[in-house]
Design a protein. Sequence first.
Lengths: 459, 240
Amino acid sequence: MFDLKFKDKIAILVCKFVRAVGKAVGKGSSLPGAVALKFDGDVLKRISLPKKIIAVTGSNGKTSTVEMIVASLKANGLTVAYNSEGANQLDGVATFILCNSNMKGVVDKDVLVVEADEQSARHIFKYFTPTLYVINNLYRDQLSRNGHPERIFGIIKESIADGVRLVLNADDPLTASFGFGREGTVYFGVAGNENLSAECDSAYDDGAFCPVCNARLEYGYRLYNHIGSYLCKKCGFKRDNVKYEVTDIKENEIVLNGNRIGFKLLGLHNVHNMLAAYSVLAELGYATDATVDALSAHILKSGRTVSFKIGENYGTLLVSKHENSIAYDRSIDVVSNYKKPATVVIIVDAVSRKYFTSDTSWLYDIDFEKLDLPFINNIILAGKYCYDLAERFSYTSVNKDILVVSERVDDAMENLKYSDMGRIFILTCFSDKHKALAHCEVLPYDFEIPESEAACDED
Amino acid sequence: MKIKIVHLYSDLLNLYGEYGNVLALNKRLIENGCETEIISHKFGEKIILDGVSFLYCGAGTEKKLLVALSDIMNYREEITSYIQKGGIGLFSGNASELLGKSIKDLDLKEYAALGVFDYTTEIIDARFTGDVICETSLFPQTVIGFINKSSNTSEISNAFLTVKNQFCNLYIPETDGGICGSFISTHLLGPVLIKNPPLLEFFARAVCDRHGIVCNDSENENILKAYQMTLSEQLGARNF
């Protein structure tokens, strides 16, 4: 145990107090930590943390992965402290650690699980070192603050201390390159099959060049975009040594290292998230039935998929993160797998809820082309940036007659009430999600949506 | 005769949908009855500029920009000659840095660049990102866009843009890019021609004029409404 100073105790107290006040007014998952750190900048160094510390970072899927890890740890009878509200910058992490600490400066739990923002990880892990460090992926994400994935790679690298055991997505070349030449790295991935192509069919290819030596990468198959099996013939960097692998994906089940795990989630990205969670549990010695059961029962609590009813129509809102084309692409995958009469609503009204930008370059990185499907009867483009969306769609083969452009989200949503639209899929970000759901009756996650009677355009 | 649009290093330098610039010009030329061909040049392929009507190069990561620089310098004569003889084109994002005199990397190692423009660039650790509102001498309308770079460019003369306002954590000089006839460089990135219909018209008219084709006024309402919305959002964001 560290020697706790008097001012450390005051910092803990201040954090708990500000948190209590914040909770009472419904705010403050980061402010208490910020105040405490301002008072005592080194307090985190002197907090006694659990011996097992799991860190999770990456562009997409951090919160979902953390949710799965925590549920599985708890199912194995372990006690866990984690940033349950998703505040993943230094102040948010300080808040949850100090609030979980007693006045002796001890976080009396079996495991600490830290979701870390990509840019903040280097600041957070100055104070303590993770036992296992999961990096899910590095995608084009929030260009307004992140620049580009190679820049984030450099920033995350600063957060990796010697001796940390990395748990990496083997299918993402840039992410996997963190482990190139590093002993003890654990890799997880999804195996290919004969139906997958080696060709890139996306709007851009971030896997064209080797992240280690810049030579051209060759792919054996691609799961999506640049995610797949790759090889650099120049330096030998390749998808390799995959310890935890999903070998089969069915509608409600995945096979992971021979274990059949129920899969109630949508999208291949969630398979990777589940793989990351299982890898962590297995590395900690909990490749148990309890882990399999916990993952099988898992549903996302973070509101990334919402079922709703509007008028007589049912639908699903898929949170797709503006400024993140891969997140949108995975939502488009969900739509394209539906194969029954459907309406797609895409809302871009505020690009970010955290900062101002009116940049819409990222729309050109999204594979909207893949919405050229015979069962989609309407595509509604809504929000302030509806005309940017309409222009973007003009470069696709999507039938222009099914496009409806609406500057006001309210108008777009109200119009969904008055005719049979088939199943509605809303693709939008956290910044605009509430504007759509304000017009809907939100349904329980496990609600079984009835099939629509709407006609399907067979052309 | 087909109008050839060349997209240089389309696989290496293509951050944030910059290929949209090529699509936008292509669409605009087709609207005017032109027969067009888009040539997506890949890294390592020979650059051939014979019969080219529009040359485009977009932004990449700092690492990949230097990879492109090492290759494009093999074609310095051809590219400078193309531009000096009145060739039409656009280098956007940090590809604009390729057209300056030199680029210094993070280790302060200086590399000669194409030297079409006088400016020099230093790659730095900090990242400057943000929305900008600019003016240009080419047309009266405001130019809008987005900058996302880890570099400082200095000694800019004959600039394309005068930056009127900058948002976020951006720090850039008051001027940006360069103009040489109908060839333009700018740090604005992404589909800058789609965001700026006047700039798209500037290039469409330049290409049409070169081929003796009458360029009709655009009837694309979406692109104009998107421009107006972005402009009003940017003006409203900071009470410009």
